[in-house]
Write a protein that binds this ligand. Structure first.
Ligand SMILES: [Zn+2]
Length: 450
């Protein structure tokens, strides 16, 4: 339903920087407000104006005609390991244990360096921006390189330095793992408006209780997000029950690391009590549907998490376990999977899926004012192509975005008011150079070209 146009109180200096007209505008929010024949004005890094037919927008320096196409908030990828694009396709069709221990950990130990992390991160960031993702939450090693790549790409990022209780890339001495992560957070606090530093403990089975508590304390002292994979596989939960006498989520709770600044990744095998613990603690969850499907890990209890009020977002997980970084595809897969799993076609609807991939994900990451196209909210905007058969006709733009669109349908992207993709081309990165570098590194990693 069209609403009267509104002006952001904090934007007195018209003209607007950019005005997007002739838009099938999905403003977002829990109700997923839609404005047909709408327009959206950007001033600085914020949305400054939205309106429908008959509402005269203020003048703007640049006017972009969406040609009737869907315009929606930039998508939020709530969990990723960006540099792992270099390992995409290296090992597939395996369970998590075998994939991780026999292929990924050895490849990481052998090939990760600041150079490869930068190359892999840039490759993933190019893929994300071109497919309409404007915010990504990453957890990896050599995270300074990831954060620098994010600044270069012009994407919004929560970047978290990884912590493991065994020698890790860039942190050979595990006794230094928490200090290295805390130092990373210090280095990046306030350094870029696009990068929010954080700490990422890999899992309760690779980080002992002392490490988990120390890492959470360091994150808490810095006001930073603490992230951790947990309850990803049935085997992990069984082992945790056997060794610790409790589930991984109950274990994290008993250590005091679950609170509103914690993001639990996966929670596939969270039982009802775990969901209650998560809800009471205020912790967020990143659900990684495609990765969980590909590794046959299981189906996260998403309807239960949402009913309990757990802040939840959608993550692709790393490009080596997905194997693509397309949040549109993640929305469609998530909605479809939960209909199938519950036998209820209303279990996760299009509006819910879009909310999870926008404002819901931002909230789970602790980011505010992000994920809607309303005055005062961040100007992270995606314009889809007007000429795609799969996006025609446009009865319901939310249905199109979730069930019909893919990242390949993205035409323009802005992050914090800066255009980063124009007519499907990256404006911030040299894609040809990034591809050439990745191909050259792949020869070393996989023994053959890409
Ligand atoms: Zn992950």
């Amino acid at each position: 339903m069209d609403q009267p146009p509104t002006l952001a109180a904090s934007s007195p200096d018209f003209p607007l920087d950019t005005l997007i007209v002739n838009a099938l505008l999905v403003a977002g929010g829990p109700e997923c407000r839609v404005i047909r024949d709408g327009a959206l004005g950007i001033q600085g890094d914020r949305v400054a104006w939205t309106g429908g037919p008959g509402h005269q927008p203020p003048p703007a320096r640049v006017v972009v005609d969406a040609q009737g196409a869907v315009v929606l908030p930039g998508l939020v990828n709530a969990h990723c390991h960006l540099p792992m694009s270099l390992f995409r396709g290296l090992a597939d069709d395996l369970a998590l244990d075998a994939w991780l221990n026999e292929h990924i950990f050895p490849a990481e130990a052998r090939f990760l360096s600041p150079e490869t992390v930068t190359a892999g991160a840039l490759l993933s960031l190019a893929e994300l921006l071109l497919s309409g993702c404007t915010t990504v939450c990453d957890g990896y090693f050599f995270e300074d390189q990831v954060a620098e790549a994010a600044v270069l790409a012009g994407i919004r990022a929560v970047a978290a330095q990884g912590v493991l209780d065994f020698p890790a890339p860039g942190v050979p001495d595990p006794r230094e793992n928490v200090r290295a992560a805390a130092d990373f957070v210090t280095r990046w606090s306030g350094r870029s408006p696009l990068v929010t530093p954080a700490i990422f403990c890999h899992s309760p089975y690779t980080c002992g209780p002392d490490t988990l508590k120390a890492a959470k304390r360091a994150a808490g002292d810095a006001g930073a997000l603490f992230q951790i994979h947990a309850a990803e596989t049935r085997g992990e939960v069984e082992q945790s029950r056997k060794i610790l006498g409790k589930t991984p989520i109950a274990h994290l709770h008993s250590l005091g690391v679950l609170d509103a600044q914690t993001l639990v990744v996966h929670a596939v095998w969270a039982d009802e009590r775990d969901v209650e613990i998560l809800a009471r603690s205020g912790a967020g969850v990143a659900v990684c549907t495609a990765s969980n499907m590909k590794l046959a890990s299981g189906i996260a209890p998403l309807p239960g998490l949402l009913a309990a009020g757990v802040p939840t977002g959608l993550g692709t997980d790393g490009p080596a376990s997905n194997n693509r970084l397309d949040v549109f595809s993640e929305m469609g897969a998530t909605a479809r999977l939960h209909k199938l799993a519950t036998g209820d076609p209303t279990a996760v609807g299009a509006k819910t899926a879009l909310f999870l991939a926008t404002e819901g994900g931002a909230t789970a990451l602790g980011l505010t004012g992000l994920g809607r196209l309303e005055p005062g909210w961040a100007a992270d905007v995606v314009v889809l192509r007007p000429d795609r058969p799969n996006l025609t006709p446009a009865y319901d733009p939310v249905s199109l975005a979730v069930y019909a669109a893919s990242g390949a349908d993205v035409r323009h992207v802005w992050v914090a008011g800066r255009q980063v993709v124009e007519e499907g081309r990256l404006l911030t990165l040299e894609l040809a150079e990034i591809l050439a570098k990745a191909r050259s590194l792949a020869k070393r990693i996989g023994g053959r070209g890409a």
